[in-house]
Design a protein around this ligand. Structure first.
Ligand code: NAI
Length: 249
């Protein structure tokens, strides 16, 4: 599966799953813009890593809760590369969790602003360009928790279910215009986010997980390469689930 000649923007691409997606895209031959927030020296090292694969790469500051900020990084990618073929909306957040009757309302809003609004802004601002060109691949990051919700994480589970539904809705709007919109629903993946819910939560989930271990970021990234490639042209509004067997269908 090659992405040679393709130009990609990964929003939320500096660390974790997003960083692995950038690396996998570059290895497949795509030029990659990496948008994220709070760039440190360690995060910025992604640009040199990607360039070492022989592709063009750069990084950009974005806060996905701010529509203007999302629009700006998309316009920058289009002008920098001359076109944008692939957009990955991967930025997301979770929390330590709380039962619904103790849910902090500000945190609820922040989770939705990041996980849902951010993805909506990304699609809204890239689609005019993709519709004009008659080609595009949009890949949103949802979660297996969209399909198998857990207690005490209502905001996160509901936000990811919203991503899955939003993906399927928009996919139908543009399917006949050369654009595919799909989402990836990763299972437990070995990143900083996994441990936000506490060690006991992870231990409990792993006991019940058929494969018995979390996924690596590289195992998750492979699904994004597939969805971005020509091989996935017939995938419309799908939720693909690299999840170690936690949700099966
Ligand atoms: P992570 O915490 O390492 O990465 C999250 C990324 O989102 C970071 O790059 C962060 O800077 C960015 N981000 C968060 N808020 C932002 C904002 N307001 N503006 C711009 N960027 C922002 O976590 P991980 O695991 O790599 O998560 C990536 C995606 O995968 C998220 O959407 C997450 O919900 C999802 N996911 C993760 C799973 C896991 O087990 N690690 C399982 C299922 C889904």
């Amino acid at each position: 599966m090659t992405l040679h000649g393709k130009k990609a923007l990964v929003i939320g691409g500096a660390v974790g799953i997003g960083r692995a997606v950038c690396q996998a895209f570059a290895a497949a031959g795509a030029c990659v813009g990496v948008a994220d927030r709070g760039w440190s020296e360690e995060k910025s090292s992604i640009v040199a890593e990607l360039k070492a694969s022989g592709v063009d790469a750069y990084c950009d500051e974005v806060d996905v809760r701010d529509e203007g900020s999302v629009s700006k990084v998309i316009q920058h990618a289009i002008s920098r590369f001359g076109q944008l073929d692939i957009l990955v909306n991967n930025a997301g957040m979770t929390s330590a969790g709380a039962p619904m009757h103790e849910q902090d309302s500000a945190l609820w809003s922040e989770i939705f602003a990041t996980n849902v609004n951010g993805i909506a802004f990304g699609m809204k601002h890239v689609l005019p360009h993709m519709l004009e060109r008659g080609f595009g691949r949009i890949i949103n990051t949802s979660s297996q928790l969209a399909h198998k919700p857990v207690p005490n994480h209502g905001a996160y589970c509901a936000s990811k279910a919203a991503v899955t539904a939003l993906t399927a809705s928009v996919a139908q709007e543009v399917a006949r215009r050369g654009i595919t919109v799909n989402c990836v629903c990763p299972g437990m993946t070995d990143t900083a986010m996994l441990y936000k819910g506490g060690a006991a939560f992870v231990e409990e989930k792993l006991k019940a997980l058929p494969i018995g271990r979390p996924g690596t970021v590289a195992e998750i990234a492979a699904t994004y390469v597939f969805l971005a490639s020509d091989a996935a042209a017939f995938f419309i509004g799908q939720s693909l689930s690299p999840n170690g067997g936690d949700v099966m269908w």
